[in-house]
Design a protein around this ligand. Structure first.
Ligand code: F6R
Length: 606
C-alpha cells in the first residue's frame, strides 16, 4: 500500500511535504520518511509510527526538490531501516515506492553478487541499487528505463539523484497523480492530496515514466517514447474533514449514517421510482440478467453478502459472492447474461481491481458500487452506483458499509421493477419502509449511552462469537470484524445454525455471544440457538426487537432495535448498535480507534 509524495519547484518549507503526506496516512501508518536535496547533499529523516512523529522531528527547512513516504509494511517489520526513502550504496539516489516488487529476491541476489550492500528487508531497496548499477554507464533517466524493465509486480516510484535537479517517476499498477502547481510539480498517490494546492492535474497513465524539472514536465511510455500530457481539471471540492465534537472519526461517521441514508433516497428516488443514471446498460440488457457475481473485500464483502440475499429474494437471479482475492483466481465462466457487481469504498482495493480486470477480460459487464468518484474502480467499470457516504476517515468502515447495503437494496428493488417481478404496491410499500431507515437508526443513536454501558461490561471478555441467521448472518460477520479490528479481541461471526457443528465447543461462562435475533421468519430458530448457548453458560448479548418475557430472561443483556415493517431492512439498522458496541469496547480498552494497528484505509497491494 503506502502513500508517496514528490515535489520539485520554488522553495518551500519541508513541512509542506509532510503535510501533504498526512492526506495519504489512510494508506498506511507503520513508519514514514522524507528526503530533500540540500546544499549539494541530501537531508534524510525517518520515523517509526505516525506522520506526527516525523513532523515533530523536523525543523523549519527550505527545499525545492524532495520526496516523502508513509508505509504499510509488506516486506520487513516497521522500523527505521525498512522505512522509505531507500537509497543506493553511495547514498546518491533516493527512492520512495508504493506497490510490491515480486521478483525482488532474485534481483537482490544478483545485486549482492555484484557487490551491492543492502541494509533493509524491503523489496523496494532493489530499486535504488538497480538504478545505481545502470547509472554507472547511463544518465539517471536511461537508468530508470532499464530498471523498470527488470521489475515485476506493481509500482509507483518517485526518485531523485543527488546533484541532479530533476524528479523522476515510474508507474505500473499503482496509482500516481501529478499536480500542476503555479510554483512547481507535486506527485502523490491520490487526488485528494493534491486538491488543496491545485485543481489542474494529470492522472499518470499506466506504464509511464516521467521527468520533472522546474518548469518542464515530460512523460514517456516504458520504451522511452513521448506521451501526450493529458491535463484534467478536477472540480471536486475539498471537503473540510474534521472530527467536530466527536472523540473519533469512527464515532462521527457512525452518527452520520441517517444523513447518508437520506442522501441516497433523495438522489436515487424520484417521483416514487428508483433511478440509476450511470449504469450504462440498456434496459433490454438489464432485463436479461440471469446471474450476478459480487466481488468485494472485508466490510464491502459483508455488504455484498446482504446484497446476495436481497437480489436472490427480490430479483430471482442466481448470485455468487466471492472475496475478490479468491474470485480472481477462480476459473469463472461469464455468459452474456451475467453481471458483475464490484463493491468498494475506496475504489482502489488491489484485489477487487484485479478481479474486475479478470472478469472484463472474459467479457463480463461490471458495475462498481463505490464511494470514491474518480477512483480506479469507477474508471474501469462500465457502470457506477455511487454510494454517496462522503469521505470516510476512520479505518474501520461504518457509514460506507450501510451506504453499500442501502445501494444494494435500491438496486435490487430497481431490478425487480425492471424485470417486472415486483408489483407496484409491494414496491411502494418497500420504498416507504426504506424512508423509515434513517429514523430507525436515529432512534438507536439516541441510546448510545446505554450501549456504552453494556460495552463496558462486556469488554472484559477475551473472545466473542457473533451469531445471526439469514440476511443477518452477514451482519454477524460484520459485527465480529468491527470488534476485532479496533479492539483486537478475537471475534468470529457465524451463521447461528452452524454453531452446533463446531463453534459450540467454545461456549462456557467465559465466552460472550452476540445474538442478532430480530423478528423474522427464522426468529424461533434463533431463539433455540440462544437456548443452546445458555445451556452451556455462555454470556448472551441479544440485539433484538420484539421479545416476550421468557425470551428476554434468556439474554444477559439486550440492545433493542425498532420493530421493522419489512425485516429485510434490518441489516441497515442492526449494524448501528454493533458498530457502537465495537467502538465503546475499544474505547474502554484504550485502543487506538481511528487507526488500528496493522491496518490501512485503502489496501492497494494484493
Ligand atoms: C473494515 C474495512 C476493510 C475494507 C476492505 C475493502 O472495516 O474497512 O475490511 O472494507 O479493505 O476496502 P474497500 O471497500 O475500499 O475496497
Amino acid at each position: 500500500m503506502c502513500g508517496i509524495v514528490g515535489y520539485i519547484g520554488k522553495e518551500k518549507n519541508i513541512h509542506f511535504l509532510v503535510d501533504t503526506l498526512k492526506y495519504l496516512e489512510y494508506r498506511g501508518y507503520d513508519s514514514c520518511g522524507v528526503a530533500v536535496a540540500k546544499n549539494g547533499g541530501v537531508f534524510l529523516q525517518k520515523s517509526k509510527g505516525k506522520i506526527e512523529n516525523l513532523k515533530a522531528r523536523l525543523k523549519e527547512e527550505k527545499f525545492s526538490l524532495g520526496i516523502a513516504h508513509t508505509r504499510w509494511a509488506t516486506h520487513g517489520v516497521p522500523n527505521h531501516l525498512n522505512s522509505h526513502p531507500h537509497f543506493d550504496c553511495c547514498k546518491e539516489i533516493f527512492v520512495v515506492h508504493n506497490g510490491i516488487i515480486e521478483n525482488y529476491a532474485t534481483l537482490k541476489d544478483r545485486l549482492i553478487r555484484k557487490g551491492h550492500k543492502f541494509i533493509s528487508q524491503t523489496d523496494t531497496e532493489v530499486i535504488p541499487h538497480l538504478l545505481e548499477e545502470f547509472n554507472k554507464k547511463e544518465d539517471i533517466f536511461e537508468a530508470l528505463i532499464h530498471t523498470v524493465e527488470e521489475l515485476e509486480g506493481s509500482f509507483a516510484i518517485v526518485l531523485f539523484r543527488k546533484n541532479t535537479h530533476k524528479l523522476l517517476f515510474a508507474k505500473k499498477d499503482s496509482p500516481l497523480i501529478l499536480g500542476i502547481l503555479e510554483e512547481g510539480f507535486l506527485l502523490t498517490s491520490d487526488i485528494p492530496a493534491i486538491l488543496p494546492f491545485t485543481k489542474e492535474l494529470i492522472n499518470i497513465e499506466d506504464k509511464s515514466l516521467g521527468v520533472l524539472e522546474d518548469n518542464r514536465c515530460r512523460i514517456f511510455d516504458f520504451n522511452g517514447k513521448n506521451r501526450k500530457l493529458k491535463k484534467e481539471r478536477v472540480e471536486l471540492h475539498q471537503v473540510a474533514i474534521s472530527k467536530k465534537d466527536y472523540s473519533h472519526f469512527m464515532l462521527k461517521e457512525i452518527f452520520e449514517q441517517p444523513k447518508v441514508m437520506e442522501r441516497l433516497i433523495s438522489f436515487y428516488v424520484k417521483d416514487e421510482e428508483i433511478n440509476f443514471k450511470d449504469l450504462n446498460l440498456p434496459l433490454t440488457k438489464l432485463k436479461e440478467i440471469s446471474k450476478i457475481f459480487i466481488f468485494a473485500c472485508g466490510t464491502a464483502y459483508h455488504a455484498g453478502f446482504v446484497g446476495k440475499y436481497l437480489l436472490e429474494k427480490y430479483v430471482g437471479v442466481d448470485v455468487e459472492i466471492d472475496v475478490s482475492s479468491e474470485a480472481r483466481y477462480r476459473k469463472i465462466r461469464f455468459s452474456s447474461k451475467d453481471l458483475v457487481l464490484a463493491i468498494s469504498q475506496s475504489g482502489e482495493t488491489a484485489d477487487t481491481l484485479a478481479a474486475v480486470r479478470e472478469a472484463k477480460r472474459k467479457g463480463a459487464k461490471v458495475i462498481a458500487i463505490c464511494n470514491v468518484l474518480g477512483s480506479t474502480l469507477t474508471k474501469e467499470s462500465e457502470g457506477l452506483i455511487s454510494t454517496l457516504a462522503g469521505p470516510e476517515i476512520g479505518v474501520a468502515s461504518t457509514k460506507a458499509y450501510t451506504a453499500q447495503v442501502f445501494s444494494l437494496l435500491l438496486f435490487s428493488l430497481y431490478l425487480a421493477r425492471v424485470k417486472n417481478i415486483m408489483n407496484a404496491n409491494s414496491f411502494a410499500n418497500f420504498l416507504k419502509e426504506l424512508k423509515n431507515v434513517p429514523l430507525y437508526q436515529k432512534e438507536i443513536l439516541e441510546r448510545a449511552n446505554e450501549i456504552e454501558k453494556i460495552a463496558n461490561k462486556f469488554s472484559r471478555f477475551g473472545c466473542f462469537l457473533f451469531l445471526g441467521r439469514g440476511i443477518n448472518y452477514p451482519s454477524a460477520l460484520e459485527g465480529a470484524l468491527k470488534l476485532k479490528e479496533i479492539s483486537y479481541i478475537p471475534a468470529e461471526g457465524y451463521p447461528a445454525g452452524e454453531m452446533k457443528h463446531g463453534p459450540i465447543a467454545l461456549i462456557d461462562e467465559y465466552r460472550a455471544v452476540v445474538c442478532i435475533a430480530v423478528k423474522d421468519e427464522l426468529y424461533s430458530k434463533m431463539i433455540s440457538n440462544v437456548q443452546e448457548i445458555k445451556a452451556r453458560k455462555g454470556k448472551v448479548l441479544g440485539v433484538v426487537n420484539d421479545l416476550n418475557e421468557d425470551e428476554a430472561r434468556l439474554m444477559d443483556e439486550i440492545i433493542t432495535v425498532p420493530n421493522f415493517r419489512i425485516t429485510d431492512v434490518s441489516p441497515l439498522v442492526v449494524a448501528v448498535p454493533l458498530q457502537l458496541f465495537a467502538y465503546f469496547v475499544a474505547k474502554n480498552l484504550g485502543c487506538e480507534i481511528d487507526q488500528p494497528r496493522n491496518l490501512a484505509k485503502s489496501v492497494t497491494v494484493e
